[in-house]
Design a protein around this ligand. Structure first.
Ligand code: SAM
Length: 341
């Protein structure tokens, strides 16, 4: 039997750092239930010489494919094999079609924590039937409440095609401006344009499309961000064309949920009720939706019921019920993952 420990990425955010060990235990369990075929055992927090790790055991040594998968765990800083009282570093090979400053450079109020966004993307992708292609690039991910693109940037680092919907025009503009500057500064080959979307000669949305050749990727990526109300998602994207939908709903603190028709509301439940059926139609069969939200403004059972009503099989077993964590006094964040039959 072999033992390994995973050193957790230091987090700039102290509260997230406190939650990171337990979140990483749950994340590794999802890796184990899916791409690692249950080979890991005893996944648990461990303290060695006063430093916190997440440890696990396995009958034989990790294979290169298993190391490649685990290299992408959101909480991972370094991986070690435990040999007696010593730790032997294991070289990791995270997917890195772009540098990770694509995710870390943007700083703004309302940004979803980067490490958490990475975890939500992982847990969602791993739960979909596309999990076997997790490392191969070429999947397609939508964030239908994309803000200034934290999910989209993480999915691009993975080499995936990305799409987003955002109602706030300032966010769409800021994200587009950031991308243009970033791609130019890094000398990344790309073509980006903003086009109006018209119906019956009326302007209904603006759409930013890009084709980007990542510095270390084998294929060109597409980016497609629409400035529109997410309840109209079906008007902008073809049905059954996404492997995963990954989104962080408004927290109802500084930013509420809004639709053009109903205006601002504190709880995201109404927005979810109106938007989720349309989102689910955009998923390929076997595709997964991962939702993060603030449990102070919407109960887990209610959010789960809405996802079920929208046609998803909500995953509630084992690690899927253990992602809840405190963000601040007003926000306790949780995750729900559902799969389209
Ligand atoms: C929690 S924030 C997401 C932040 C994003 N993950 C990021 O890091 O930039 C939720 C977003 O949903 C957007 N939103 C709220 N209601 C919407 C709607 N009906 N359609 C599209 N976007 C909406 C808000 O403007 C906000 O940017």
């Amino acid at each position: 039997m072999r033992s390994y420990v995973l050193l957790i990425l230091p987090s700039a955010n102290r509260v997230y750092a406190e939650a990171a060990v337990e979140l990483t235990v749950a994340e590794l369990e999802v890796f184990n239930l899916t791409v690692l075929s249950g080979r890991l055992r005893d996944i648990a927090a461990a303290t060695i010489a006063g430093v916190r790790y997440v440890g696990f055991t396995i009958d034989e040594e990790l294979t290169p494919d298993e190391v490649a998968a685990l290299s992408n765990a959101a909480g991972l800083y370094a991986l070690f094999a435990v040999e007696g009282s010593l730790l032997r570093p294991v070289a990791t090979t995270p997917l890195a079609h772009f540098d990770d400053d694509l995710i870390s450079i943007p700083k703004y109020a309302g940004k979803t924590n980067e490490q958490f966004t990475h975890l939500l993307l992982n847990v969602t992708l791993l739960s979909s039937t596309a999990s076997s292609s997790f490392l191969d690039g070429g999947l397609r991910v939508l964030d239908p409440l994309c803000g200034r693109g934290t999910t989209l940037n993480q999915a691009m680092v993975y080499g995936y095609d990305v799409a987003g919907i955002e109602l706030d025009g300032k966010d769409v503009e800021a994200y587009t401006a950031f991308l243009k500057t970033y791609l130019q500064r890094k000398r990344v080959k790309h073509r980006i344009e903003t086009v109006p979307v018209r119906r019956d000669k009326r302007l209904v949305a603006r759409r930013v499309t890009a084709r980007i050749t990542p510095p270390r990727g084998a294929r060109e990526l597409t980016l497609d961000v629409v400035h529109a109300d997410t309840t109209a998602a079906g008007e902008f994207f073809k049905p059954a064309t996404f492997d995963a939908i990954v989104t962080d709903a408004p927290y109802g603190v500084q930013h509420g949920s809004r639709t053009v028709a109903a205006g601002l509301r504190r709880s995201p439940l109404q927005l979810l009720a109106e938007a989720a059926p349309g989102w689910v139609r955009l998923l390929r069969p076997g595709g997964a939706l991962g939702l993060a939200w603030n449990t102070h403004v919407a109960a887990r059972d209610e959010a789960a019921a809405l996802l079920r009503d929208a046609g998803l099989r909500v995953l509630d077993h084992g690690p899927y019920g253990r992602f809840q964590h405190r963000v601040d006094q007003a926000i306790t964040r949780d995750i729900l993952v559902g799969v389209r039959a």
